[in-house]
Design a protein around this ligand. Sequence first.
Ligand code: CTP
Ligand code: ZN
Length: 150
Amino acid sequence: MKELKVSAINKGTVIDHIPAGRGLKVLEILNLPKDSTILVAVNVRSGKLGRKDIIKVEGKILNEEEVNKIALIAPSATVNIIENWEVVEKRKVEIPNEITGIIKCANPNCITHYEEVTPKFKVVSREPLKLKCHYCERTMEEDTVLKHLL
Ligand code: CTP
Ligand code: ZN
């Protein structure tokens, strides 16, 4: 079968298996330097039925902390480190213990909506996802979290 292929890269980081439609959000969260060379593919055929998004960052090896920021919106993502055209490392993203920025608190009365403070959450549970606001202690579950992405 003929297939549209996204170019391989020589060196860098490939974030693969991002749920289809979330690639651009992931890119935003990664907050990469403006001069980065990036390839983004959306709605790429994956396996028999599914679709996925892929992000390739050329020339830059992203560290775990940078990549784990995307875990909330792309828990299925695989991170591939590429050197000399070869995958030299493959990792899964992991939800960190604490989330800073990225999402806003669901409590409209929370101080984070009135003061210049960066929202901060403690991860109380990963499966199912449960976050607790550091400031007002409001607990948010997965569906609420996804509706409150900054
Ligand atoms: N890739 C790339 N440049 C390379 C090598 C690999 O952009 N020089 C990309 C591939 O296109 C793929 C990802 O890195 O999106 C992982 O590559 P590989 O492990 O070879 O693919 P799969 O075996 O399909 O990965 P998985 O098992 O994670 O689905
Ligand atoms: Zn709050």
